[in-house]
Ligand binder design. Structure first.
Ligand SMILES: *Cc1c(COP(=O)(O)O)cnc(C)c1O
Length: 476
């Protein structure tokens, strides 16, 4: 049978039984009348095909992955093994009696995350950071509705991740943006100037997206609470402070964590992730349901929360992600704080070594990440941050996050994570220095990068304006 697949050569890759199967019980109109045009290749060729595709991808198992804000730490393979244990592979509607192990795992994970964040109650349901933000904003909205206060505004610093204003808006709030000060932190005067009885909350990331710790966070918390407002903690950068401090101590009321960042579960390509949301005591009745509880004998799902915002995802969220995060937490135990310590150490090492070669707009001690600027290279030789990012791909490195945060021109946001050893960091430093030198003496090489990847330099403008989304087979 002729197929439209270029590798198909008519070889059967499978052995189906010759036995005729009686399909009389199926209504005629549901039966296929024409043969299905599936590709036909041998098992070995299928394996080669998928291996070839996977080799075209970049992953941390292949090289350094300093994608700022995304915490691309190594995901221990034992987590995958544990998440695939047969006992965890159960239907979400199975009786509680038959799911005690899975419920216990979720209960224990809730407890660990509450201890780590210092908060009082938690849901594991949201499936990403942004989803957690929206859940948190919905909780805040319902809280003020319940106490009969009309608060319509949410304050967000200009360094925030784009999901923050999007989530607040989706929950029905208006956004008030405030500028950062010269140290890259919240400008207290700017904050005071917008505070009034319309303000429901502030959304803060700490350390912020510049990798800088908001030193005035306690003062911010006092100001907000004195105004009757709440504080939302975007926990995407939690990897920097884990075990050293927590959002409760800083005065936050609602927090999300990104298990797929801080707690080593795989991400990229859209998930699945998990963005648990933890709250202070006065907000616990607003959480999505169910939450998992223990009565001393039995683990059970609790649905009767007085003001629950309802469900934000079916069942309990992405369960296999929860298993992996729990495994990671148990594996590190009290050493969890070493992960933060080494993440911060690695980032500061890179920052100090690279600041002679690239502009460092905020020259402050950083936390787990820092932001360089490609302005100097752009000005001197026309080599932009995008070109630098592409050139890094030739050095077997995933490009850092670029052009974010928006408040830094030509931003290059670098987050090494704790996973890497000094040798790897030194390799990266050398590659970055080589690129800076090359930009001066031979800019053409950087401008035309990448040279060694499966897909070379692409025309970004045409790709954006006239995307070619149809796959056409090349004639053999
Ligand atoms: C990653 C990130 C988010 C969003 O998290 P997702 O899990 O990608 O939805 C929000 N804020 C910051 C600062 C982030 O880095």
């Amino acid at each position: 049978m002729k197929t439209i697949f270029e590798k198909s050569n008519g070889t059967d890759g499978i052995n189906l039984t010759d036995e005729k199967i009686n399909l009389d019980f199926l209504p005629q109109e549901f039966l296929r009348t024409k043969e299905l045009g599936l590709p036909q290749v041998s098992e070995l060729e299928v394996m080669r095909h998928y291996k070839e595709l996977s080799d075209m991808n970049f992953c941390i198992e292949k090289g350094f992955y300093p994608l700022g804000s995304c915490t691309m730490k190594y995901n221990p393979k034992v987590n995958e093994f544990l998440a695939s244990l047969e006992g965890f592979n159960i239907h979400p509607n199975v009786d509680e009696d038959m799911a005690q192990g899975s419920l216990k795992l979720m209960y224990n994970l809730q407890k660990e995350l509450l201890e780590i964040t210092g908060m009082d109650a938690i849901t594991l349901q949201p499936s990403a950071g942004a989803h957690g933000e929206m859940t948190g904003m919905m909780i805040i909205k319902k809280y003020f509705d319940t106490i009969d206060q009309k608060r319509t505004k949410v304050i967000i610093p200009d360094s925030a991740h784009g999901t923050n204003p999007a989530s607040a808006k989706m929950a029905g709030f208006d956004i008030v943006e405030i500028k950062s000060n010269a140290n890259g932190q919240v400008d207290l005067d700017a904050l005071k100037a917008v505070l009034n009885e319309d303000v429901a909350a502030i959304m803060l990331t700490n350390p912020n997206t510049l990798g800088i710790f908001e030193e005035q966070v306690e003062e911010i918390s006092k100001l907000m609470h004195a105004n009757g407002s709440l504080l939302y903690y975007d926990g995407a950068n939690f990897n920097a402070i884990m075990g050293y401090t927590n959002p409760k101590k800083m005065g936050f009321d609602v927090v999300h964590l990104n298990l797929h960042k801080t707690f080593s579960t795989p991400h990229g390509g859209g998930g699945p992730g998990a963005g648990p949301v933890a709250v202070v005591d006065k907000l616990k009745e607003f959480l999505p349901v169910p939450i998992v509880e223990f009565d001393g004998k039995k683990y059970f799902k609790k649905y009767d929360l007085k003001y629950s915002i309802g469900n934000v995802k079916s069942f309990y969220g992405n369960f296999s992600v929860l298993v992996k995060a729990y495994a990671y937490i148990l594996m590190l135990g009290k050493n969890l704080k070493n992960a933060s310590e080494n993440a911060v150490l690695n980032a500061n090492y890179l920052k100090e070594k690279l600041k002679k070669y690239y502009e460092l707009p905020y020259d402050e001690p950083c936390m787990h990440e820092f932001v360089l600027s490609g302005e100097k290279q752009k000005h001197e030789s026309g080599v932009s941050t995008l070109n630098i990012a592409k050139a890094l791909m030739d050095g077997n490195t995933h490009p850092p996050t670029v052009y974010f945060p928006l408040i830094v021109h030509e931003a290059i946001m670098i987050e090494p994570t704790e996973s890497e050893q000094k040798e790897k960091l030194d390799e990266f430093i050398n590659t970055m220095i080589e690129i800076a030198n090359e930009a001066k003496i031979n800019p053409e090489k950087i401008l035309s990068a990448p040279h060694t990847t499966p897909v070379k330099k692409i025309d970004e403008v045409t790709a954006a304006r006239h995307p070619d989304l149809k796959y056409t087979i090349k004639e053999k």
